[in-house]
Design a protein around this ligand. Structure first.
Ligand code: SIN
Length: 540
């Protein structure tokens, strides 16, 4: 029986935990906040899959490759689109109640999809519906195991990943567990045969984000420090339309899919002059066009006019957005609402193969923490929940083949040290200053000079020593590591492609149409080795 440590409780982590339990493994599921707190819960747009007779796997593949701007891994895209329908059916079996009408499951159209293939639940509350169903499924498994006197799955909330434990065995470096910070404020080592990272993205890197504050990239940062290969970290997707009020709640692309249009502050449509698909152009193009328009109008947000959709449709199809507008004192049935881009989804992350396996034996990454290559330089709308479901399932299937060698990544380069150690001199990093810096230098628009200045600033900052840090300090330290990684990768990519746009290199360059796999400079030696008697106890 394999001891599996799953870190994170969004869609990817919950599927991994359920599947691994059902496969007979012993599972420990840890999550930084409450079990139902995750980025998944905030997903509005839905889950895309070629499930309908007028659609095909090939059409979904083509749309995904087009959006990915030449950087997708075709094998990962094929796996995503071929296995997607089966994983959506699994979600239905786990209790997700997708919206239906008299003809069956309803489906929506989103930007850059050639067919209507996006399923929703509760209108724009798809992520919340999926999270609720999967949390109930995991809890039911834990209850059943407990009733039978077993500990096949144990759940530890408010327990944060500090670092991965790496063991230097004969011929291979292996992840053999993790250091965790429990709710009692102490760190514990937990041994595992396999660690599955499902810790999500890092929207908290940026001043404006649609992500919850817990999205601090803890898994990518820990994997990076442990020496795992990462890739495509320069590609951060900015959603074009977050409501321009404190908290920047998401205004789903599906609203534009239903016919809403973007207006300047003086009420003119501007997207038709920029792209033939106008408001439904690929997400990066719409986000950049909005940012450019905001600059022209002195920084004021643009307007999203959904009044033509009518109150009934807005309130029934988009209850979450209706509530967010209402909380901000806006009635979007009668007035255009202010919107602006915000950090939304990280295409880059821990490099994996099509089985969720990373470059370190014993370490898997699934969901947004992973870079599978399925999204390339720009993710197609509503492919993220799908990717989480597909690759979490595959990672568990791969556990039994774990004795195989970890995958090798092309031209894996150890990059130069990006900043100072905690004990070295430097200014203690402040999260809000870091978020401001990343937004300005590595946001929607980038330039070599701005990125160079940001790299110098970041190199002079330091984080609190991880051995003594609180949860908030650990998170900020992770964000500092990731900010350095993103800025270095954005500087190294001297072109514009997908979500990465540089004013000094405005065009794509054919010779750069490939991912860049990098690893920590110190990764030839283990950073944190397993204690001789690893504790399995977590105080909860
Ligand atoms: C949205 O609803 O616009 C977001 C969907 C996604 O990010 O895939």
């Amino acid at each position: 029986m394999t001891r599996v440590l799953v870190v994170g409780s969004g869609l990817a982590g919950l599927i991994a935990a359920v599947r691994a339990t059902d496969a007979g493994h012993r599972v420990t599921l840890v999550t930084k906040a409450a079990l139902s707190d995750s980025n998944t819960r905030y997903a509005q747009g839905g889950i895309a899959a070629a499930l309908f007779p007028d659609d095909s796997t090939d059409a979904h593949i083509l749309d995904t490759l087009r959006a990915g701007a030449g950087l997708c891994d075709p094998a990962a895209v094929r796996v995503l689109c071929e296995e997607g329908p089966a994983r959506v059916r699994d979600l239905i079996r786990f209790g997700v109640d997708f919206d239906r009408d008299e003809s069956g499951i309803t489906r929506g159209l989103e930007a850059a999809h050639s067919r209507s293939r996006v399923l929703h639940a509760g209108g724009d509350a798809t992520g919340a519906a999926i999270e609720t169903a999967l949390v109930a499924t995991v809890q039911e498994r834990a209850k059943r195991a407990h009733a039978l006197g077993g500990d096949q799955i144990t759940i530890h909330e408010h327990t944060m990943l500090v670092d991965l434990i790496v063991t230097d065995g004969p011929g291979t470096v292996r992840v053999t567990g993790a250091m965790l910070l429990g709710p009692d404020g102490t760190q514990h080592a937990v041994a595992a045969d396999a660690v599955i990272l499902a810790t999500g993205g890092a929207g908290a890197l940026y001043r404006h984000t649609t992500n919850p504050a817990i999205a601090t990239g803890d898994g990518v940062a820990a994997a990076w420090r442990a020496g795992a290969a990462v890739a495509d970290v320069e590609f951060y997707q900015f959603h074009p339309t977050a409501l321009a009020v404190p908290g920047t709640p998401l205004v789903s692309e599906a609203v534009r899919g239903e016919g809403a249009v973007l207006l300047t502050s003086t009420g003119e449509r501007f997207m038709p002059a920029i792209h033939p698909d106008a408001e439904l152009a690929p997400r990066d193009i719409v986000a950049r066009s909005i940012a450019a328009q905001m600059k022209k109008q002195g920084g004021a947000p643009v307007l999203l006019d959904a009044t033509g959709l009518g109150r009934d449709l807005l309130e029934s199809r988009f209850p979450t957005i209706t509530a967010a507008c209402r909380a901000a004192g806006l009635d979007w049935a009668v007035q255009p609402i202010p919107v602006a881009p915000a950090a939304h989804y990280w295409m880059g992350g821990v490099a994996t193969d099509c089985w969720g396996r990373t470059s370190l034996a014993g370490l898997y990454a699934v969901g947004e923490v992973a870079r599978t290559g399925a999204h390339g330089a720009n993710r197609l709308a509503s492919n993220s929940l799908l990717e989480a479901a597909v690759f979490a399932d595959r990672a568990v299937r791969a556990l039994d083949a774990e004795e195989q060698r970890p995958p090798l990544f092309d031209d894996l380069e150890a990059v130069a040290e990006l900043g100072s150690d905690p004990d070295e001199a430097g200014t203690l990093v402040e999260r809000s200053t870091l978020q401001e810096l990343l937004w300005e230098a590595a946001g929607v628009h980038r330039s070599g000079s701005g990125l160079t200045r940001a790299a110098v600033t970041l190199a002079g900052w330091r984080a609190v020593d991880r051995a003594r840090a609180t949860v908030a300090e650990l998170e900020t330290g992770n964000l500092l590591d990731l900010g350095r990684l993103i800025v270095a990768a954005a500087l190294a990519r001297e072109e514009s492609r997908g979500a990465h746009h540089r004013a000094d290199f405005p065009d794509s360059r054919l010779e750069l149409a490939r991912p860049r796999f990098t690893r920590h400079p110190a990764s030839t030696r283990p950073l944190l080795t397993v204690p001789s008697q690893p504790s399995e106890a977590i105080a909860c």
